[in-house]
Design a protein around this ligand. Structure first.
Ligand code: NIG
Length: 385
């Protein structure tokens, strides 16, 4: 079945040849984009949606979330807003609740959070393990994540479980745990930060993952300067995430590499950190992505629109730069060429706004603008009347 979505006031494609098309139309043909161009030249399709001048863009690519969890950390958030510092140690609270939950409880959380994201225009979503931290619980987290997410990342090296010998745990995370989780995941990640894993420990896990054919990602430079960015670039990671505290040599390293700097501004606001220097990274020539980091501890939001409004209003990105980072940038962080872009052959992931232009995402911050969403060609959120 094909559908013609026509009379789009503005269509952001992220395709260098198509650019931003005014008076546009798109044909979604099954799970692929069949045609993109001026509405005046649009071909026929099996059905037709009149967007009545609304703006369209590729669905968001949320390349960093932690959705396999149970429990609640509202009290920790409240304490932080009253002046307590955020530390990696809070992860252990969610680990305890996640281990105690049964599969159906974890599935219900995944289903709810993915649906919440999709209803806001997210059509490609990555999520991680990392709240299990035993072989059995990490395998279970990966298996359940694979039922709901487009991309799954192994994050056994999220925290050394309290009461565990760090060296023994790193050996496990780089050995048996990795072997058992690998069939369910595309990526491996390490939280390379004071209070989590140091450079040598991070390197051990990442190299073991690369040897098993997994792509690499790193949580780095979140709570202070550190080796995360340098290590990610050295090992050819697809992405280094957070990048809140960067030195000039980190910026230079990112600019000279294929490693995407994934910025998580909702997390920085929720943990009372400075916002990442997106402008400095872009001006140096680095590739950036914007993602939600949806998790119960440091960033409990699934709203990519909130990240975009923050990036524009507080991080000095232009609206097109922020939208690109939340679509094509996320795709690059996941090394995918089929999402984050609207051109024939791309995945049929389309997001329509109840607004005449994408600029309204920052011009009207906090207003739910999503009007319709197609994910792989299926109407994940049918057009509102
Ligand atoms: O990306 N930095 C490490 N992991 C998560 C935090 C998880 C938590 O506090 O539960 C993050 O912010």
């Amino acid at each position: 079945m094909s559908v013609l979505v026509t009379n789009l006031g503005e269509l952001t494609t992220n395709d260098p040849e198509l650019g931003t098309v005014r008076g546009a139309a798109v044909v979604l043909d099954g799970d692929r984009v069949g045609w993109v161009g001026s509405a005046k030249r649009a071909p026929q399709a099996d059905s037709r949606v009149d967007a009545q001048g609304r703006a369209g863009l590729p669905g968001w690519v949320d390349s960093h979330t932690h959705l396999v969890f149970a429990g609640d950390r509202t009290a920790e958030f409240g304490a932080r807003m009253a002046g307590e510092a955020y530390t990696a140690g809070g992860i252990a609270v969610t680990v305890e609740a996640t281990r105690a939950a049964d599969d159906e409880q974890l599935r219900a959380g995944l289903r709810k959070h993915v649906a919440e994201a999709v209803a806001q225009g997210t059509t490609c979503i990555e999520t991680k393990t990392g709240y299990g931290l035993t072989v059995v619980d990490e395998v279970r987290s990966a298996r359940l994540a694979a039922e709901f997410a487009d991309e799954v990342t192994y994050l056994g090296a999220h925290l050394v479980p309290p009461g565990t010998d760090p060296d023994a745990y790193v050996d496990l995370a780089a050995g048996e745990m990795l072997d058992r989780v690998a069939p369910y995941v595309q990526w491996a990640d390490v939280f390379c930060e004071t209070g989590a894993f140091d450079e040598a420990q991070s390197r051990q896990v990442l190299k073991a993952a690369a040897a098993r054919g997994l792509g690499l990602r790193v949580h780095g430079n979140q709570l202070g300067p550190g080796p995360g960015v340098r290590l990610a670039v050295e090992l050819g990671a697809a992405s280094v995430d957070h990048c809140t505290h960067l030195t000039q040599s980190d910026v230079d390293a990112l600019a000279g590499s294929d490693t995407v700097a994934t910025l998580l501004p909702a997390c920085d606001l929720s943990t009372r950190q400075p916002l990442p220097e997106a402008r400095r990274l872009l001006d140096a020539g680095a590739t950036i992505a914007l993602a939600t980091n949806c998790n119960p501890g440091s960033s409990y939001t699934s709203s990519m629109a909130y990240c975009i409004a923050t990036a524009v209003l507080q991080m000095r990105l232009s609206v097109p730069e922020a939208i690109r980072a939340a679509t094509l940038g996320g795709a690059q962080a996941l090394r995918r060429t089929d999402v984050g872009v609207l051109r024939p052959g791309a995945r049929a992931d389309l997001h329509l706004l109840d607004a005449p232009s994408a600029t309204h995402l920052a011009y009207r911050p906090g207003v739910p603008l999503t009007w319709a969403v197609w994910r792989s060609g299926s109407p994940a959120r049918p057009p509102r009347g």
